[in-house]
Design a protein around this ligand. Sequence first.
Ligand SMILES: Cc1cc2nc3c(=O)[nH]c(=O)nc-3n(C[C@H](O)[C@H](O)[C@H](O)COP(=O)(O)OP(=O)(O)OC[C@H]3O[C@@H](n4cnc5c(N)ncnc54)[C@H](O)[C@@H]3O)c2cc1C
Length: 507
Amino acid sequence: MNSSSHPISRRTVLSAGAGTAGLLVTTSTVGATSAVAAGIPWPKLRKSLVGTLYQPSTSAYAQVAHGTNPRYDGINPKAVARCVSTGDVAACIAFARRYAVPFTVRSGGHAASGWSTGTGLVIDTTLMNAITIDGAARTATIGAGARLIDVHRATTDQSLALPTGTCPDVGISGLTMGGGIGPMTRLWGLTCDRLVAATVVTADGKSQLVNPTRFAGLYFALRGGGGGSFGVLTSLTMSLDTMPAAIDSYSLSYPFSATPSVLKGFQSIVATADRRFGVEVQFRAVRSSGKINVTVRGDWAGPQSDVAAQVDALVTAIGVAPTTRSILHQSFVSSVLDHAGCGSFGSCVPGADITRVPGSATSSMVSTPLTDAGIAVFMQQLRNGLTVPGQTYTGATLDGMRGAVSDTTTSDSAFAHRDALFMVHYLARWSPNTPALDPRPFDQYVSGFRNAMTPYVGPSAYVNYQDPLIADYGNAYWPGTFDRLRAVKTNVDPTDLFHFAQSVPPA
Ligand SMILES: Cc1cc2nc3c(=O)[nH]c(=O)nc-3n(C[C@H](O)[C@H](O)[C@H](O)COP(=O)(O)OP(=O)(O)OC[C@H]3O[C@@H](n4cnc5c(N)ncnc54)[C@H](O)[C@@H]3O)c2cc1C
């Protein structure tokens, strides 16, 4: 069955408190076979948990009710279970099954689509964030609720490192299950490539150890198959690398008019450069200034004596002198903190130091270089962003891939974009002071950007930027691995308990 013909449970909700215009938000709920039933015996669940069950009447509910994107704050769960153990998670699944309670699973709460929230039960792993490092085995066993900044703090403390994304409070669970792209991707591969074992509570309510020989199909699915479809991940064991003592971080800025040269140079470098050379291009269209800023940046993880030559090769490939150029030799920890936008580990606490910014996002996975015609459309779409009312910025980030990404195949893991040159993250942000602004113009902008580029880059997309407007999502997120994912789903969740608008359906 084609994914687009799978029945979906996404519901459109007119959020309360959205002002006179009304805030149109969408949500979907795992296990949502019916509307949230009245008369659910929540006290029974509360009693069976070691952790805490929050309901709208509970004090501190407001602090735990929502994920990190405030545009979804109008969706209020009936209950949030802050689990502290795999047993708590199993109790939630058993309860949800028994009383047909719609539920969603949340770890870092960064789902672009808002699909880690809902109006039923939210099974929240935030407090399951312990991290144990085995220095001899060079592994980290990480609780499902840990954020990336926690992981970096624990691993670098032992002079070890894990390739992850950049945002400090993204959850390790969602990131890993969707792939995990960041500054060290070309050198060390995706975050999901580091998963050596996991603990998962499956639809039957049992906790299972998953590794290459136990539940091998589920192990395949956890590495790129996306969150929310196969069970609740409660712990991850990841293989680590030796932390480089120091790293060279470079940054080049260009005028927007140089974009064709920048993109051509970027594309050729991604395909050919030493894998120790990371590269991304950021385009930020800022309405208030009327400008589109272009920055090419990355890290070199080889000898410091070679960094100038590496950056020179990039500038030569671009063929235009940058407006500004900087290279900073710094500790690996400083580079992680720089990417995260944090002054220190101590000043980067989710919920305290990190501002929740409303936004829209979608993506393309690009395997063949953009042509001149594609680049012209890309530039026009960036210009269009300047006219989106209310934006603080719109734009796109191009994350260079290949290198170690293509060392793993689609037979080994569900991540399907092993030959991608780069991932495009289309984005729009608006002010945290106006989180309830109607999100539709922003969604339309990012979706229009992706649609305009599709003839040039193809339909593939990154499941970690779940986009409700991608109809044939199965083939977009998992070209070539979708059928196997569906077979795994049939084995581990034949009744489709873990179901949401873009979940993997049984075969
Ligand atoms: C500001 C920002 C920056 C980002 N930066 C990067 C980046 O640098 N690189 C990159 O690759 N991606 C990046 N992402 C995308 C990010 O990887 C995904 O949004 C990811 O899914 C977030 O994981 P989470 O645990 O925080 O999210 P959640 O919202 O908690 O979960 C995401 C999905 O996984 C499910 N899920 C959550 N926990 C579990 C669990 N324990 N078991 C089973 N299913 C679960 C949820 O139901 C949901 O469907 C970024 C996103 C944002 C918003």
